[in-house]
Design a protein around this ligand. Structure first.
Ligand code: APR
Length: 167
């Protein structure tokens, strides 16, 4: 059975098969976790990203990890929060599903997610973590993955994940 757990820390330090990047649609880097991943990976990452033709909201694309301890980076573009009635929950769920599916497709067994859309994109944290946990749990009912990690960068997100995982 696949393990789903939460860890506090910096996703760029994790030695897993794939880390997920909360990217922007141009895939060329930005602030937040996107900036941290590009800085840690080095210039090879943005060079490969330039060849991908961007990424639509709710979709995901894969690259190698370059100087990161992780083998691969799965770049997904979360929805910008506009109040919740513009398809945000469905788009956010799609980010998790498409990222998990890409990991499986590439035979990657361990994957770590940041709290997609919970920073610059303004998604309310408790609502976002509920979408994350329920979508991942549903996906894991039938999957070949070994471990999924939810990475909390601060205590507020850690507490929200812990509450969602208890439910
Ligand atoms: N490790 C783990 N989580 C991190 C890290 C890190 N090193 N750095 C930031 N985070 C967390 C933030 O605390 C937040 O909870 O990642 C979560 C997502 O926040 P953002 O990185 O702002 O991502 P998002 O809200 O999806 O916005 C994406 O921001 O940087 C730009 O190019 C990016 O346009 C895109 C947009």
């Amino acid at each position: 059975m696949t393990r789903l757990s939460v860890v506090k820390g910096d996703i760029t330090k994790l030695k897993v098969d794939a880390i997920v990047n909360a990217a922007g649609p141009d895939l060329l880097g930005g602030a937040g976790v996107d900036g941290a991943i590009h800085r840690a990976a080095g210039p090879g990452l943005v060079a490969q990203c330039r060849t991908l033709g961007g990424c639509e909201t709710g979709e995901a694309k894969i690259t190698t990890g370059y100087r990161l301890p992780a083998t691969a980076v799965i770049h997904t573009v979360g929805p910008i929060w506009h109040g919740g009635d513009q398809g945000e929950p469905e788009l956010l769920a799609s980010c998790y599903r498409k990222s998990l599916a890409l990991a499986e497709q590439y035979d990657l067994k361990t994957i770590a997610f940041p709290a997609i859309s919970c920073g610059v994109y303004g998604y309310p944290i408790s609502e976002a973590v509920d979408v994350a946990v329920s979508t991942i749990r549903e996906y894991l009912e039938d999957s070949k993955l070994d471990e999924v990690l939810l990475v909390a960068f601060n205590d507020e997100i850690l507490a929200a994940y812990e509450q969602a995982l208890e439910g």
